[in-house]
Design a protein around this ligand. Structure first.
Ligand code: THU
Length: 157
């Protein structure tokens, strides 16, 4: 399992300071996600999740899971972070970190994968466990052959 604390070199999608250096490390983004678990409202599952979404301009939008007595109304941390970014006009998702409360890595649920796929099919997602061990995935691998806008285009008959 990957658990790197080293400085991550700038990559295509990763905001830079103009001198080619990444403005934060992936580890720092994971720490933000870990800390956001404190804000979770999860009285029903007891499973706290935090998320941190770094956008192209360097802004980080955070989220946590928010549950409801009417269970299906609950929101996952990833979609809360994404909705905050989207509603502030961001569409350029760079990297998303998500941290859960179990020894297993917290990978996004199917609903979140589909929601994120709409905006950034290639999104890099850092999935962390309760002690901050994490592993990076690409969304298109987590949602293989995903259904997107292009899938709606009509064929000619
Ligand atoms: N949850 C998330 O917020 N993100 C995930 O990636 C997995 C699941 C939440 C939903 C629910 O509030 C709780 O975790 C248990 O499923």
């Amino acid at each position: 399992m990957e658990n790197t604390i080293s400085f991550i070199p700038a990559r295509p999608n990763w905001p830079e300071n103009g001198e080619g250096e990444a403005i934060m490390t992936e580890h720092e983004l994971v720490v933000l996600a870990l800390n956001m678990r404190e804000r979770a409202y999860a009285p029903y599952s007891g499973f706290r999740v935090g998320a941190a979404l770094l956008c192209g301009d360097g802004t980080v939008y955070t989220g946590c899971n928010l549950e409801s007595a009417s269970y299906p109304c609950g929101l996952c941390a990833e979609r809360v972070a994404a909705a905050k970014a989207l509603s502030e006009g961001r569409r350029d998702f760079g990297v998303l970190a998500v941290a859960g409360s179990a020894k297993e890595l917290c990978t996004p649920c199917g609903l979140c994968r589909q929601f994120l796929f709409e905006f950034t099919p290639q999104l890099r997602i850092l999935c962390a466990n309760d002690v901050g061990m994490w592993k990076a995935y690409d969304l298109h691998a987590l949602l293989a052959e995903g259904f997107g806008g292009a899938s709606l285009s009509m064929g000619t008959e």
